[in-house]
Write a protein that binds this ligand. Sequence first.
Ligand SMILES: COc1ccc([C@@H]2N[C@@H](C)[C@@H](O)[C@H]2O)cc1
Length: 448
Amino acid sequence: TIALQHGAHRIGNRTDADMARWRSLRFGQFIHWGVYAIAGGEWNGKVYNGAAEWIRSWKEMPHEEYDKLYRQFNPVNFNPQQWASQAKDMGAKYMIITTKHHDGFCLWPSKYSKYNIAASPWKKDLLGPMIDAYNKAGIDVYLYFSIIDWNHPDYRPSLKNAADSAAGKRFQVFVKNQLAELLQRYPTIKGFWFDGTWDASWKNDGAFTDELEQYLQSIHPGLVMGSRLRADEKGARHFDSNGRLMGDYEQGWERKLPEKIEDVHGNDWEAVMTVPENQWGYHAKWMGHVKSANEILEMLVKSVSLNGNFVLNFGPKADGTFRKEEQDLMTNIGAWMKVNGDAIYNGTYAGFEKQDWGYYIRKTGTDSVYMVVFNMPVSGNLRVKMPARTYLTGVSMLQNNVPLTPELIGREEYFLRLPNKQSDVPVVILLKTSTKEGNKEGGNFEKA
Ligand SMILES: COc1ccc([C@@H]2N[C@@H](C)[C@@H](O)[C@H]2O)cc1
């Protein structure tokens, strides 16, 4: 291995209570909200094909026009209690809010940048009421913070000369001040979700990223921060030059999921996902495929089955309301979570051989293994092959506790048959297992 001063300082996952809490939550709500929602992906009668929160970079949108939008930001229909209530109904256990996206507009009245909510017609802090409402609903809050800041005069993508380096230094102080300000104003938040850390100016100062992470932990011990913040002294990101994960979880899964357990290398990880193909902030005209509740549930279940967290993104409108498609998703996902949430919360990789019908999830530290069925086989036979030294002792439908009698088809291998093959939502079966052979509950499990 290479000697590194600013590579990973920990081998393996965090084992403290704050990280265990993050792991137990499994399902989060991402919210991208800012002045870009005023444009809504359109300008001068033209539709922007990129991600709505990037419209300032569109050649049809003059920077000075975008930079005036904040004068119209007045979310008169913003109702944080309603936001928190619908997130709770969806079954989200944590929420990530954009405090400041790449455009640099701050949703809180920052002392360190005038480009903030106090300068808008709304004037008031948006983050405080939001964090309070979500916390009151039993939902933890994490703060998205973009290092890239297109508004700040000292931001440099790269440092080409002494003047750039001086500006870069001033910018690092600015970043540190804003983050300390956020921790001081919002002491109940559980971590940061950093973005915009790919520019050379950031990744070529691994020492600063390391010191910053330690500085934030010193102010608020236990913060959970993913792998996007750090670089090592050779400019390696996410994984240091020895291949070790920096930060508390792998934060690279953006609009994509791992396929199999080997893809996550034993690390904690989180996937963040858009409802349309690629829109985070509000876009008036969603283009391309819009995911259904069942598609999203499959991504959530697949993530948990592979030991990860899954965060679904929402882009509220400039007035503070959510579009109907997003409201309907929260309702439909929530209806399933209300019945089947037990299979998600505290869910982990079960160690069973993957079958075509869907995914296994083990409730952490227990003998309970859930089967979440997405693909009903024409044969009606759901194959279950027990891992070595693991024995099946009971099978029931999660929703109504109806027991099933497995058909033994081989050594610790079974077919399960559902009471009825028709379902337009995923079906969950609860397997009770044991590491001791023999004590079978009820059912004879022998050859039918
Ligand atoms: C391809 O480059 C990017 C850069 C930034 C992003 C940002 N990360 C997501 C979480 C959103 O905030 C998006 O704007 C996405 C793609």
